[in-house]
Design a protein around this ligand. Structure first.
Ligand code: ADP
Ligand code: MG
Length: 297
């Protein structure tokens, strides 16, 4: 596997200028003809050619099999996003890859203030783009354009969700540090995904925290997660207390949207069902749903 951090450090400003051209043209071309690139970046033709070949060798671009045209790959998009995050003083360093999700890759990183963060790069369509569209309601923008573009949409949506969740002080949601393109920088949660947790000291207490978070998201941030399950919850330990965090928000819907109630019901049902099964509780999800729908004073 190519090391993102190593590749990133081998690039110079001229490479980034070139990659930025590809980003600007994402919605317009799949493969960008070299004449178009040349018209947008001031660079002697020989240098342009050499740089395009370098970026192709590093797997940031791919050349069209027959035409003199290039397409941006995920690795190229990663480098542009990192460059923007560094320039905006969001990120200071990128570490190792720590996880691969359903449609993302997660790296550890260091924020400008020294905090340990998770850097999530979207990889929509890497496995099956059709399933992604069917199972997660991203809306119409998602059914057009390339996977790379859809990943940018997902990143922007997750940033938007976390921003409103943070600013309305919804508990049990990681803090957002910033985002660029398909990359999202979030507080690193040192913990275990709920689906891997066999035992909890206080399962009712953890479920209660989750319910309060779902309720606060619905009423204060005015959004519904829409893909909540034991896979999108990380349980951390804080001063001997078990604290669950709700992650992975790109498919959120607004509380006022027509699908909100159906998705809220599903989120609550999945979580309660998991707690009942895994931790032998017997809670009726309808009672929980009724409570969530009660407007807090
Ligand atoms: N803030 C975070 N802190 C620590 N690990 C995280 C964080 N966000 C995600 N992860 C890890 O990455 C995995 C995938 O993240 P997630 O946001 O659920 O993306 P996906 O859309 O790919 O499912 C999680 O299951 C978790 O292991
Ligand atoms: Mg997930």
């Amino acid at each position: 596997m190519v090391k993102l951090g190593v590749i990133y450090r081998s690039l110079v400003e001229q490479d980034f200028r070139l990659l930025e051209v590809f980003v600007k043209l994402l919605g317009k071309f799949e493969y960008v003809p070299v004449e178009v690139i040349a018209s947008r970046v001031k660079m002697p033709p020989k240098e342009l050619d050499a740089r395009l070949r370098k970026l192709t060798r590093y797997k940031l671009l791919v050349k069209h099999p027959t035409m003199n045209a290039y397409r941006l790959r995920f690795l190229g998009l990663d480098c542009v996003a990192l460059h923007r995050l560094v320039r905006r003083n969001v990120l200071k360093a990128l570490g190792d890859r720590v996880g691969v999700g359903k449609e993302s890759e997660i790296y550890k990183g260091i924020a400008d203030n020294g905090d340990v963060v998770a850097v999530k790069f979207y990889r929509i369509g890497r496995q099956s783009f059709r399933r992604v569209v069917v199972t997660r309601g991203y809306g119409v923008t998602f059914e057009r354009g390339t996977w790379v573009l859809r990943s940018v949409v997902a990143g922007e949506r997750e940033v938007a969700a976390l921003r409103v969740l943070n600013s309305s002080e919804v508990p049990n949601v990681p803090r957002l540090y910033g985002g660029a393109l398909h990359a999202v920088v979030i507080e690193f949660i040192e913990g275990v995904e709920l689906y891997m947790v066999r035992e909890l000291a206080d399962p009712e207490g953890v479920l209660e925290q989750l319910i309060e978070a779902i309720r606060a998201a619905y009423w204060r941030a005015k959004i519904v997660h829409g893909d909540l399950s034991e896979y999108n919850i990380i349980v951390a330990m804080s001063d001997d207390k078990e604290v669950p965090y709700i992650i992975d928000w790109p498919q959120y819907v607004e509380s006022e949207s027509p699908e909100a109630l159906r998705l809220l019901e599903r989120d609550v049902r999945y979580v309660v069902r998991f707690f009942n099964k895994r931790f032998r509780l017997s809670i009726d999800f309808r009672d929980v749903l009724e409570y969530v729908l009660e407007k807090p004073r």
